[in-house]
Design a protein around this ligand. Structure first.
Ligand SMILES: Cc1cc2nc3c(=O)[nH]c(=O)nc-3n(C[C@H](O)[C@H](O)[C@H](O)COP(=O)(O)OP(=O)(O)OC[C@H]3O[C@@H](n4cnc5c(N)ncnc54)[C@H](O)[C@@H]3O)c2cc1C
Length: 391
């Protein structure tokens, strides 16, 4: 372990918490400062689009309570000077470090013109505000974006008895992430659960003033709405690094060991990171999944303590699960890199199924619906030939 006296961790959510825990576990006993923009103890985001909307308030993150009061809550890092090794905060104070962990995550993308009454979903406040509206009688809900957040919100809103329209710009929801056949299955799945799905269409505006009452689409249609939720992906929180000289391109660009490119004392973890993944020919990837932030937080911190020469590459496979209208959808690897998708177990129309996704014949990802064992089998085969795995 190299000799670091002061470590700062910026971002007090999943990746930041795991970094702090790993620092302590690995024996770091110097000064540790955790800086977090939110006022809450670190909490779990996946329930925010699922159980919380249905009335369950449990968002606890194991281990978060052990942080005690030992961090700067509700404090935003506004700039970084990597030469002087100083983080400046929004109250004018500064934090000096010998080692820095960047874990500032991401925030929802917003529409160019984003009315205040259009909900997005990232924080506990966002989720409680949406829940309050979902609980005020039956409504016409319009969800913009058919990704995992949009799909989960549509599914929950239907379960609560609302009329739901899902508007997605792709020909089928989750097309890039799942491949054509699975995305077509998902479209049918939404429709068979009463969602009006409008694919291949963009939202171009709103009517109704401060309270949106209508959503205008690129095909000229207008949809009446009582409640609008936008789930259009996320933007990494990197503005505070703009003048730092670090390479920031859709995230903090890191090397394979999660060290910020060219920096010997700065690592990054979670949704904010882009790093070269060895299983994908060292293509730079950014992964917005819980398990990635969970595992990277620990690895980045251990690598910071080990020093760049002794740091280990992070090459875990991305994996993700979501529930939509009762179906458990899991994915592994990077299906979006694939040029071929093949059904390898089950059938699209009954029970569950699993699809292997390959690039130039080599398995790069997998998607499974209600077939967890097939997903495990496919996940193990990532990097091998699709023919061999499908046999
Ligand atoms: C509604 C929802 C449902 C999800 N469901 C799933 C799921 O089912 N499965 C799955 O795998 N993943 C899911 N995810 C994704 C998963 O929660 C994220 O991948 C994970 O939270 C990333 O953790 P992180 O610590 O990298 O970033 P974040 O959780 O985004 O945390 C970053 C923290 O840094 C703070 N911060 C930002 N900028 C600054 C600054 N300048 N100074 C100080 N603090 C700052 C932020 O306020 C935030 O608290 C979901 C996400 C959401 C929002």
């Amino acid at each position: 372990m190299r000799n670091l006296n002061r470590v700062a961790v910026v971002g007090a959510s999943l990746a930041g918490l795991r970094a702090v825990q790993a620092l302590r576990r690995e024996g770091f006993d110097g000064e540790l400062t955790l800086i977090g923009a939110e006022a809450h103890i670190p909490y779990n985001r996946p329930p925010l689009s699922k159980s919380v909307l249905q009335g369950d308030d449990d968002v606890s993150l194991p281990g978060a309570e052990d942080l005690g009061e030992d961090w700067l809550r509700g404090r935003v890092a506004v700039s970084l000077d990597p030469v002087g090794k100083v983080v400046a905060l929004d109250d004018g104070s500064t934090v000096h470090y010998d080692g820095l962990v960047i874990a500032t995550g991401a925030r929802p993308r917003r529409l160019a013109e984003h009315p205040a009454s259009v909900h997005t979903l990232r924080t506990i406040e966002d989720s409680l505000a949406l829940r309050a509206e979902l609980n005020t009688g039956h409504q016409r809900v319009v969800v913009i974006g058919g990704g995992f957040i949009g799909g989960e919100v549509a599914s929950t809103a239907r379960a609560l008895g609302h009329q739901v329209t899902l508007v997605d710009s792709a020909p089928h929801p989750m097309l890039a992430a799942f491949g054509t056949d699975t995305a077509r299955w998902l479209a049918r799945h939404h429709r068979s659960h009463g969602v009006e799905l409008i694919s291949g269409t963009r939202v171009v505006g709103f009517g109704g003033g401060s309270r949106v009452t209508e959503v205008r689409l690129s095909d000229g249609r207008s949809i009446p709405a009582d409640l609008v939720v936008a789930g259009m992906g996320v933007t990494p929180n990197t503005e505070w690094l703009e003048a730092s000289g670090l390479t920031v391109e859709d995230g903090v660009v890191c090397d394979a060991t999660l060290y910020a490119r060219g920096a010997a004392d700065i690592v990054a973890a979670g949704d904010v990171v882009r790093w070269p993944h060895s299983l994908y020919g060292d293509a730079l990837v950014r992964v917005e999944h819980w398990s990635n932030a969970n595992d990277q937080g620990a690895v980045a911190a251990a690598n910071l303590l080990a020093g760049p020469e002794n740091a280990k590459p992070f090459a875990d496979l991305p994996s993700f699960a979501t529930h939509v209208h009762g179906a458990r959808i899991q994915s592994a690897g990077l299906p979006q890199l694939a040029d071929e998708a093949r059904l390898v177990a089950g059938a699209f129309e009954e029970g569950g199924f699993a699809v292997g996704l390959a690039r130039e014949g080599v398995l790069v990802g997998a998607v499974a619906v209600d077939s967890p064992k097939d997903l495990i089998r496919l996940k193990r085969g990532i990097g091998s030939s699709l023919d061999a795995v499908a046999a």
